[in-house]
Design a protein around this ligand. Sequence first.
Ligand SMILES: *Cc1c(COP(=O)(O)O)cnc(C)c1O
Length: 374
Amino acid sequence: MHDHVLDAGRAGARLTIDLAALEANWRDLAARAAPAECAAAVKADAYGLGLEPVVRRLHDAGCLTFFVALPEEALRLRAVAPDATVYLLNGLLPGWVDTIADAGIRPVLGSPEEWDDWAAAGARAGRPLPAALHIDTGMNRLGLTQAEAERLAADPTRRAAVALALVMSHLATADEPGHALIGRQLARFRAATALFPGVPASLANSAGIFAGADFHFGLVRPGVALYGGAVQAGRPSPMMPVVRLDAPILRVRPVPAGEPIGYGAARTLPRDSRIAILSVGYADGYHRLASSTDARPGGHVAIEGRPAPVVGRISMDLMAVDVTDHEQAHRGTRVELIGPHVPLTSIAAAMGTIDYEVLTSLGRRYRRVYLDEA
Ligand SMILES: *Cc1c(COP(=O)(O)O)cnc(C)c1O
């Protein structure tokens, strides 16, 4: 309904999210990780793709366990999947303990203080409440040290005050094959899980699933691979693409050799050119680092499957691409900014970042279309 109005109001930039591909990726990862359970990391609005449609689809496909970062995300998830198991990665944020307990959300306890706060909430509730325990094995971010975990395990009263449902840790270098840290993390994690016999364990993110069965334990927690992202730094993604971004050309203009394009006159045309203007800019998450200047090439888009380079600086709401070699390009021609011919990994490289940040930066001004929505 009103698609034409929305298209005009948003100058036609369209983000297409293929829910069938999302489901296929989850099934693929679940098969690789079996017999481990395959959960889904859906923090940050399901990596920018939209928490509700993503969770609905994965839950229907059989995904029972979800990981989010923040209480607000956990509550939104609860509303869509009331029977799902929801883990809160950032743990017990002060002021949220009772809300989290009342909503049946499981915090990932990341410090001894959080363990004791959750134990106290259990005492108020009249029963130990379920939670995951995060053990730090090499990130030095959240998570108990091995010594802290040993002290906890050696204190039966304190240990019994939380219904421990999962022991987990997080890999720092799983996307860099051959890095020495991953083996150390595995050994440390095994030592930590031995302190909590009978409790299910989880170590693998997306890249960890591909690192081999040793890393799977009882449950895996892929995020970026679900959404089509790469699992090895700098390598093409083995997953199905889920996101496509395209926008129509607003105008094509001839610009003679020697003229500059855009802010800062940072790019001067070496030849007589045809320049196409698109209604997408850095305010839409098309990062300014993908600009091209005389010193440095930038990103590229694709027109009918063939690449066309970004020219000049990316503006807030506009960008320019060189269509001199695309004679068919005219006002209204749809240009692919992310998709089968412009993979996330290549755009991420042009922006000096990773697939994750391209996804989580996807703008709010795009018309969003969910393919294959039930
Ligand atoms: C985000 C996150 C994941 C998912 O990571 P990907 O690399 O996107 O697969 C898994 N575990 C934890 C603790 C996370 O923060």
